[in-house]
Design a binder for this molecule. Structure first.
Ligand code: GLU
Length: 490
């Protein structure tokens, strides 16, 4: 199915989308971009679509898609069309649309806008090395296979020769008309003949994204600033297909306190962290709304419905909004104080006073309590967010290891447990054993350090079961916080 676009973005019913890749934990940046798409769609009486961009199978994580659904629902943003709710433009998972992309790549070949490239990995590496040696400022592909005649190309492909499909990037310039940034001009001499279809038949992000946005009749692309460098390629693709472009809006990136792009090293970035740390979903949404947009009358606290009513693009500010946790806590406090006693009790139950959570704690502490009233003191660290290490600060150490190396070591453990799929005590323990062995730390010392970091205490129920129940978010956060604290001693 190849559809030609005839109407302009502004004359069509508004359809917007988010297109997350299921590669890890659900990111606050996804909720932030989802919020602006949702608000605009609701205000315009349009549709908000969730599409899963999972063509890069090497990065896809099995549980990640479900976590995206759960996290967005928790925060209060629901979609009109998507892989789980269906809709008239499905499938909404790119891995189920492979044939559509191949068909569109073929169409571009037929129109003389793309070509098959048979160059081997070795040749590409040689070309690149030669360019580096010659101090060429453009290190992209040398367009060798543009010269292969169509008949020869067809015959080689029919004979099964491995190839990719590349876009013919013309000479000159391309202009991206961004509704927030004005016209941004890109010099095409710096743009590679982009691979559209890989040798395994999977599309690249660029082809799949453009084909889907067109077929799903997306009118406005509202996405993070980091994609703006891809947009010239997307504009070229729209031109090559002869389709109308959507209206581009590249939102300012969320930033760490030091203004660098938000990153997990400096800020918790998983939506699940905020849920586990006791942030109310309304407060998080309100906070994300404040990032990059202002209500217009200095108002900082507003509901989603109020934002839908008041939203205008001209109050987006492009200076990178800082994701300041203290501001989020300040807003959260206001929301908490507004809840009735009953609502607050319900919020606490939904957070960590649920029976299923208590049921996981019971087997861990039952041998350690004599009376029921011992339970709460024995489990405080299961209900805390950040821990106060003041009483154990001196013990956050490994004998004969410099504090800076202890800090680095802890972050190394975080990397290991993040790279794993799943969160179970056996895996956490296996990772810890491999980790301290690699560092040359005695397990006894390394495990005591982990215990102090995770529980704030020298004695606790079995360490890895404790981490498993406490959960990924709070465990990682404590490891990072402790690493920071220890690093400061260095
Ligand atoms: N798959 C991209 C992402 O992970 C989508 C970017 C876009 O919105 O075009 O965010």
């Amino acid at each position: 199915m190849v559809r030609d676009g005839t109407m302009t973005a502004s004359s069509r019913p508004v359809r917007v989308r988010i297109a997350p890749s299921p590669t890890g934990d659900p990111h606050v940046g996804t909720a932030y971009i989802a919020l602006f798409n949702y608000v605009f769609a609701k205000q315009q009486g349009g549709k908000f679509i969730l599409r899963i961009e999972d063509t890069d199978q090497s990065r896809a994580r099995a549980d990640s898609e479900q976590m995206i659904f759960d996290a967005l629902r928790w925060v209060g943003l629901s979609w009109d069309e998507g892989p789980d709710v269906g809709g008239p433009f499905g499938p909404y998972r790119q891995s189920e649309r492979k044939a559509i992309y191949a068909e569109h790549a073929q169409l571009l070949i037929e129109r003389g806008k793309a070509y098959r490239c048979f160059c081997t990995g070795e040749r590409l590496a040689e070309v690149r090395a030669a360019k580096i040696a010659a101090k060429d400022s453009f290190l992209g592909y040398d367009r060798h296979c543009r010269a292969v005649e169509r008949a020869e190309s067809d015959a080689r492909a029919a004979a099964g020769e491995a190839h990719v499909v590349r876009l013919i990037v013309p000479d000159g310039q391309v202009v991206v008309r961004d509704r927030l940034r004005g016209e941004v001009t890109f010099d095409l001499a710096q743009i590679d003949d982009q691979v559209l279809l890989k040798s395994d038949g999977m599309p690249t992000y660029h082809l799949a994204n453009v084909v889907d946005d067109h077929l799903m009749e997306i009118t406005h692309v509202i996405r993070a600033e980091e994609w703006i460098s891809s947009t010239p390629k997307h504009v070229l693709l729209y031109q090559a297909f002869g389709w109308d472009e959507p209206a581009w809006h590249h939102m300012p990136l969320l930033r760490n306190n030091d203004k660098s792009k938000i990153s997990k090293r400096k800020n918790p970035v998983s939506i699940n962290y905020y849920r586990d740390a006791g942030i109310l979903p309304h407060a998080l949404l309100n906070f994300l709304g404040l990032m990059g947009w202002s209500f217009g009358d200095d108002r900082e606290k507003f509901t989603l419905a109020e934002m839908v009513d008041a939203f205008t693009w001209d109050r987006i500010s492009l200076g990178g909004p800082v994701f300041a946790l203290d501001k989020l806590t300040w807003l959260n406090e206001k929301y908490i104080h507004e809840l009735s006693n009953e609502q607050l009790a319900d919020a606490l139950i939904a957070w960590r006073l649920r029976k299923d959570y208590l049921a996981q704690l019971v087997p861990l502490v039952r041998q350690r309590i004599k009376r029921l009233d011992d339970f709460v003191p024995a489990t405080t660290y299961f209900f805390a967010g950040d821990l106060d290490y003041a009483d154990v600060a001196a013990e956050l150490a490994v004998p004969d290891v410099a504090p800076a190396d202890v800090a680095k070591g802890l972050l190394g453990y975080v990397d290991r447990i993040e790279a794993r799929e799943g969160w179970d005590h056996a895996g956490l323990e296996a990772e810890a054993r491999a980790w301290c062995e690699a560092l040359g730390w005695k397990a006894k010392h390394a495990f005591m350090l982990l215990r102090l970091v995770v529980t704030g205490r020298k004695a606790s129920p079995p360490l890895f079961e404790t981490m498993a129940v406490l959960g990924k978010e709070l465990t990682r956060r404590r490891l990072r916080q402790a690493a920071e604290l220890i690093g400061k001693r260095a």
